[in-house]
Design a protein around this ligand. Structure first.
Ligand code: NCD
Ligand code: ZN
Length: 348
């Protein structure tokens, strides 16, 4: 396959940060994608609709006017979020989901949910008003091995939420294991999952190849090769249940290359090309369009995009560094060749 033409994709899981940092990255996404689900883990987190709407305005004002891009906003669940807020979110045309971060699971999750029992009425309301629940699926108990946290979360929490709220739409975000793939496949159409480009492209050896590589560190952490292959199989063979969500999560170079480096990988600058590289490994592009552009829209009950994009098999070199406000940002695959090129940007 030398040329790929498909409906313009959406990114169903994206971190844009705020202010100067947001302005530095947002057009990388807007150049490629028509829409993106915007994560609410700012400091302070986006816990009220009114905050989400103001954040949306800041994003819109930072867009290159040539691009036609729509940010789809989300709320950050806490122990004390009210049912009234959920109802307003469900009624808003701009807010599309609420995100469950178990407290302490990842970047800016300290205000997250300490125990699922604390948000029963909120989950009930989300089911009633049909507002999708997005889940960072990792157990946070410190005695649980970091490579097992996703599996333990399924067993201890996700199965329980599903049993209690059978009609709730749930997106299991950025899945990383064969257990998560099997779980999603075992559930009906109310459960889906996003998969990142980096989890399709690297395994845990890449964290340590030639020395410790902080730019391959994200959460959930990348797993063994057999898990990567299970994700590739899920993305390429079961597109209705799995769709693209980059989890592109920019952190300044100094914050990654430090004694306690932050979790997060920046892929937004070349997300579609990176997904094409991953599918190339499966030697099967049959479901590429469904995974990138159709299944997510259907799950979120949004119209599929109208325009199309073209990728050609032509290699280009990823820059060593990007600018990030006053700081620098090291992109995924910095300095390496990328085998696919997106030929048309998301222009109006
Ligand atoms: C994300 C971030 O930096 O906000 N980091 C990451 O490693 N993926 C948070 C998250 O999605 O876990
Ligand atoms: Zn994320």
């Amino acid at each position: 396959m030398q040329v790929l033409t498909l409906t313009r994709p959406d990114d169903w899981h994206l971190h844009l940060r705020d202010h100067e940092q947001m302005r530095a990255v947002v057009n990388d996404t807007a150049r490629q994608f028509a829409r993106a689900i915007i994560m609410p883990n700012l400091v302070p987190p986006i816990t009220r609709c009114e905050q989400a709407l103001r954040y949306r305005q800041r994003i819109l004002s930072a867009l290159n006017p040539a691009y036609s891009f729509e940010p789809l906003m989300t709320l950050y669940l806490t122990d004390s979020l009210s049912v009234v807020e959920i109802k307003s979110a469900a009624e808003s045309p701009f807010i599309h989901a609420a995100k469950l971060y178990p407290a302490g699971a990842t970047t800016n999750s300290d205000a997250g949910v300490t125990h699922i029992d604390k948000i029963q009425s909120v989950l009930e309301a989300m089911q009633k008003y049909d507002l999708p629940l997005l889940v960072h699926g990792e157990e946070t108990t410190s005695s649980v091995d970091i490579f097992d946290r996703e599996k333990v979360f399924i067993d201890n929490t996700l199965i329980k939420i599903r049993q209690q709220y059978p009609e709730l739409r749930i997106v299991f975000e950025h899945i990383t294991t064969t257990e998560a793939v099997d779980y999603v496949l075992s559930e009906n159409a109310k459960t889906a999952a996003t998969i990142t480009a980096h989890h399709l492209l690297i395994n845990r050896n890449d964290l340590f190849k030639g020395g410790m590589n902080p730019h391959h560190y994200c959460l959930p952490v990348v797993k063994r090769e057999r898990h990567r292959l299970a994700l590739l199989n899920a993305a390429s063979q079961h597109p209705g249940k799995f769709f693209a969500g980059t989890d592109s999560a920019p952190h300044a170079q100094h914050a990654k290359e430090s004694a306690c480096g932050c979790a997060g990988i920046y892929t937004a600058h070349a997300a579609i090309e990176l997904y094409a590289e991953a599918f190339d490994q499966s030697n099967d592009f049959t479901n590429f369009e469904a995974f990138m552009s159709i299944s997510g829209a259907k799950f979120y009950q949004l119209p599929v995009n109208q325009q199309s994009i073209t990728l050609i098999r032509r290699s280009w070199k990823m820059p060593d560094k990007l600018s990030f406000g006053e700081q620098s940002l090291i992109p995924f695959k910095a300095g390496q060749n990328i085998n696919w090129t997106l030929t048309n940007s998301n222009e109006k």
